[in-house]
Write a protein that binds this ligand. Structure first.
Ligand code: ADP
Ligand code: MG
Length: 666
């Protein structure tokens, strides 16, 4: 392998004089600790390397060794249920303060393998060779191959690295017992976050013994670039992730030994048989998203919002409540204590649908703001590669990235260090194409092994001072299909989720009408249009009402304000911490949409018949309508029919009163 010697060093970037050939994007190891880096530019005999680890201690003259390979990560059954850093090195079981005590486990990652192929079978690339079943929750055999030379402290020293003083747990906490650390982390975290954010919590032992017991069956994939005739396959039994389980002979006579996991270069999208058009929405359990601004399975959505507008809470709610098979949750460059919330909470949660631990279908990648800046770039690519790996098993995957702005800031910092000409906002000129490449990897596809798999990407954006015209937001806007703009005013009024109905959009929405019809709501599209029109009109009328006073508006316009308020309060508002309302099933969403639509119809008829809008505002049925989200659970749909019946009786009474009073006056 080629070698180079450091000539110049600034933060995460170094220049080195090469003594042999290097390739662009080649992974390199630097110094005695074999820090991981990547060649990002070649100028004659000089290479520019971005380093994914803390570069303290490196100096001119230090050796840089090429690996001859691009930066790759290991993909296998050991991913699910585990927590990794941006370079996909396990954080569970390392004794780090960031990790749930119960998740520390030692020993080999073994899985029960059962073959699906036999000797003589001809395998196309990326075929399923068997199934792996076993515990999720890592038990490690050490860091990935490429990093084996690293002392174990190297892995979590990144976590502990100083960073800005206000981030992550204080260093003094390191000497505390784990419980002390966690309660301190909790205290340091968001004190104002209201009720505990747990689904149904099991005692930790419950979760962990469940995890140990079975785990989830996963397909074992041959790498997308391996094909040939099976000449040997392991019998069913327990094997390590890295043990050979299948041998292939390629057409050219070479043999290739496969294990349950394989490496894949993070910057190369994994190949698929073909891309498919969007079929169905990703059901998120959030009414404003599913009903007004849906994203397709395999689609891409962005959640821009200023500080404290609810990006993290929303992404976590989606991770817990959406109907994807596998969740990849990436904490990219956010503060350590926010990530601590996820790390602490997720291992305790039970998935309501399957009644199994949520972690069993989750991979968490944690790259907090105190970790080396360049690793954010690696974490983005690692996360999308992990998502594609599960997609290739025929699963639907949702990737949540919080936040893509921190990645863009890392690009800016690294590019600045090696003296590139800055573009808009100081970001490098290639910012837009990088963002495009990332979102482009979201898709619904036919994987190489057949079936259907999808990766839905949901990226949070943290625009400085909430200004959506800044480069990251404006470029991302060009590539996503759904845009959920979080509004500072709504958040300040504690109206959550603070998605602004007039600044948000969903390009694929029309396409999902047939899906909703199948769910029994054929009126979905007209109801959606009606709600959006009401909200749009409300914005105009409110401006007018501020000038001339609400009472001076004509009756029809007062009615619009009343109905829009009902849509906001009874439908769009949804508390992520409410036991009943944190996720809303499609059938409940449909029932709520229908009953509000019915109120609007009856109210319009009543006003046309001469009932005054302020009289409607006093109706007894409004209160149960406004509270139905909090009070009627997914399993209690008949109660919506009761609300509707009571509403109809009250309207009939109202019309009667107004007719008699008309008669008295006339
Ligand atoms: P951001 O990540 O945008 O900075 P957070 O997601 O941390 O903001 O949200 C800040 C606070 O707002 C939370 O701690 C919580 O109190 C409140 N909040 C946000 N979203 C919701 C929600 N959907 N339901 C209830 N409260 C919420
Ligand atoms: Mg946040």
């Amino acid at each position: 392998m080629s070698r180079a010697s450091i000539r110049w060093l600034a933060g995460p970037v170094l220049r080195a004089v090469a003594e042999g050939p290097f390739a662009m994007r080649e992974a390199v190891h630097i110094g005695p600790q074999a820090l991981l880096g990547e060649v990002v530019r070649i100028d004659g005999d000089e290479i520019v390397v971005q380093v994914y680890e803390d570069t303290t201690g490196l100096r001119p003259g230090t050796l840089v060794e090429g690996s001859g390979l691009p930066l790759a990560i290991p993909l296998g059954p050991g991913l699910l249920g585990n927590i990794f850093d941006g370079l996909l090195r396990p954080l569970s079981g390392t004794g780090s303060a960031f990790v749930q005590p119960g998740m520390r486990r030692a020993g080999a990652a073994s899985f029960a393998f059962s073959p699906r192929v036999k000797a003589g079978d001809v395998l196309p690339p990326g075929a399923i060779i068997g199934d792996a079943r076993g515990r999720t929750g890592r038990s490690d055999e050490g860091p990935p191959r490429s990093l084996r030379s690293l002392p174990p402290e190297g892995v979590h020293s990144a976590l502990r690295a100083a960073g800005r003083a206000d981030e992550g747990p204080p260093r003094s906490l390191r000497s505390l017992p784990p419980e002390g650390v966690h309660s301190a982390l909790r205290a340091a975290g968001r004190a104002d976050e209201g009720p505990p954010r747990s689904l149904r919590s099991l005692p930790p032992e419950g979760v962990h013994s469940a995890l140990r017991a079975a785990g989830r069956a996963q397909a074992v994939l041959a790498p997308p670039d391996a094909e040939g005739v099976v000449i040997a396959v392991a019998a069913a039994g327990e094997y390590r992730e890295t043990a050979s389980v299948c041998t292939l002979r390629a057409a050219d006579g070479t043999t290739r030994v496969l294990s349950m996991r394989h490496d894949w270069p993070v910057r190369v999208p994994r190949p698929v048989a073909r891309r498919l058009p969007p079929l169905a929405p990703l059901i998120t359990g959030q009414r404003i998203i599913d009903c007004l601004f849906p994203v397709a399975q395999g689609g891409k959505a962005a959640v821009p919002g200023g500080f404290g507008t609810g990006k993290t809470v929303l992404l976590e709610a989606l991770a817990k409540g959406c109907n994807a098979d596998v969740i990849v949750y990436l904490g990219c460059g956010e503060r350590g204590n926010e990530m601590a919330g996820v790390l602490e909470e997720f291992p305790q949660l039970v998935d309501a649908k399957s009644n199994r631990p949520l972690m069993e279908r989750t991979v968490i990648i944690a790259n907090t703001s105190n970790m080396p800046v360049a690793a954010r770039e690696a974490s983005i690519y690692s996360a999308i590669t992990v998502a594609e790996y599960f997609r290739d098993q025929g699963l639907s995957v949702a990737l949540m990235a919080d936040s893509t702005s921190r990645w863009a800031e890392a690009l800016r910092e690294v590019s600045g260090r090696f003296g590139e000409l800055p573009g808009e906002g100081g970001y490098p000129a290639y910012l837009s194409s990088r963002i495009a490449d990332f979102y482009e990897r979201a898709a619904i596809v036919e994987p190489l092994c057949g079936g259907v798999g999808s990766v839905t990407v949901i990226g949070a954006i943290s625009p400085p001072s909430g200004d959506f015209s800044e480069p990251v937001t404006s470029h991302t806007k060009r590539y996503v299909k759904a845009f959920w703009a979080l509004d500072v005013k709504r958040a300040q009024a504690r109206f959550y989720p603070a998605i602004h109905p007039l600044q948000s959009y969903a390009e694929d929405a029309q396409m999902f009408a047939p899906w909703w019809t199948e769910q029994g709501l054929s009126q979905w599209l007209p109801l959606r249009r009606r709600f959006l029109t009401l909200l749009d009109n409300e914005a105009h009328l409110e401006r007018m009402a501020r000038i001339i006073g609400k009472d001076a508006l004509p009756a029809r316009q007062q009615l619009t304000l009343l109905c829009a308020d009902l849509v906001n309060e009874a439908f769009l508002r949804q508390n992520a911490f409410s036991e009943i309302d944190r996720a809303c099933s499609p059938s409940r969403q449909g029932a709520m949409m229908r009953v509000i639509g019915r109120f609007i119809d009856l109210a319009e008829t009543a006003v046309a018949a001469g009932v005054r809008p302020d009289r409607l505002g006093q109706m007894a049925c409004l209160r149960p309508l406004q509270r139905m989200g909090e009070e009627i659970g997914d399993g209690e749909l008949p109660r919506f029919t009761e609300i509707e019946a009571a509403m109809e009786r009250e309207f009939a009474q109202l019309t009667l009163e107004s007719e008699t009073s008309d008669a008295a006056h006339g």
